[in-house]
Ligand binder design. Structure first.
Ligand SMILES: NC(=O)c1ccc[n+]([C@@H]2O[C@H](COP(=O)([O-])OP(=O)(O)OC[C@H]3O[C@@H](n4cnc5c(N)ncnc54)[C@H](OP(=O)(O)O)[C@@H]3O)[C@@H](O)[C@H]2O)c1
Length: 233
């Protein structure tokens, strides 16, 4: 199973402004992302991305008459916080949507979401796992278990579309195969503005994730698209 992480950043590595504005890349780049979605079985994002952006996570550009369905949408949301008024929830009856929660999720939220068509997956991280991985910031969804399960179901391509916390968990647990970054000619700044990768971060360069640059695309609007491969997977 191939896991691609895609994001758009400013030259200072931000994926949103301090106010949560994320219109970083061009319409042309958005079309490229929708092309990637077309090749994916699953699109995965973290709950804060859903709360901030209210995305639909469907294929809206480049859909041809042979495309019959959208990829499965997977939202990582330990406590089932996804708003009932979100576009994802409102369309869950038409597009397969899974909410991956932990046992911390209130059962009344789960019931309401199931009634609206979301499929619930409960994947707790064991305490031992959290200690081994050095994750002491509360109970989160176990992404490794999730990917193992998706692979068993026959999923071939997963597209991860952020945000920074999800990106960190995926990179830290060495779960990705490729990273594709569009760098827009913008400088966003702000200590609190979200970066491409959040989490605790590596303490030394020696520990950092090692990737290999495999392709560079330069667009006439000044955007650069960088493709990297994970050399440790
Ligand atoms: N420019 C781009 O390409 C791009 C793409 C996507 C998003 N964004 C921006 O990124 C921002 C959101 O990023 P974010 O870093 O705040 O949040 P995020 O990665 O979207 O979501 C993080 C949340 O997911 C939940 N979670 C559950 N299990 C997890 C696990 N194992 N690892 C990590 N998170 C887990 C946690 O909330 P619970 O504890 O409640 O479960 C966590 O706080 C938004 O502003 C969005 O617009 C930009």
């Amino acid at each position: 199973m191939k896991i691609i992480l895609n994001a758009a950043t400013s030259i200072d590595g931000k994926i949103a402004t301090i106010n949560g504005d994320t219109k970083i890349s061009s319409a042309l780049d958005l079309k490229r992302v929708h092309g990637l979605r077309r090749e994916s079985d699953v699109i995965l994002v973290g709950i804060s991305t859903v709360i901030n952006d209210d995305p639909l996570l469907t294929i809206r550009y480049g859909m041809n008459k042979h495309d019959t369905k959208n990829p499965i949408r997977i939202i990582i949301d330990s406590k089932a916080r996804i708003p009932l008024r979100s576009k994802i929830v409102k369309t869950a009856n038409q597009i397969e949507t899974r909410l991956v929660v932990t046992s911390k999720a209130p059962s009344k939220n789960l019931k309401k979401l199931e009634e609206r068509g979301l499929k619930i997956m409960m994947l707790d991280q064991g305490t031992e796992d959290r200690e081994v991985r050095g994750e002491d910031n509360g109970e989160k969804v176990d992404l490794k278990k999730l990917f193992d399960q998706l692979e068993k179901e026959g999923v071939s391509n997963v597209l991860v579309e952020g945000g920074g916390e999800i990106n960190w968990s995926i990179i830290k647990n060495n779960l990705f195969d490729e990273i594709i970054i569009t760098i827009s000619p913008l400088i966003i700044g702000g200590k609190k503005a979200i970066s491409l990768v959040g989490g605790e971060g590596y303490k030394t360069i020696n520990e950092s994730a090692k990737i290999k640059l495999s392709r560079i695309q330069k667009k006439s609007n000044g955007e650069i698209i960088l493709h990297y491969k994970n050399i440790k997977k």
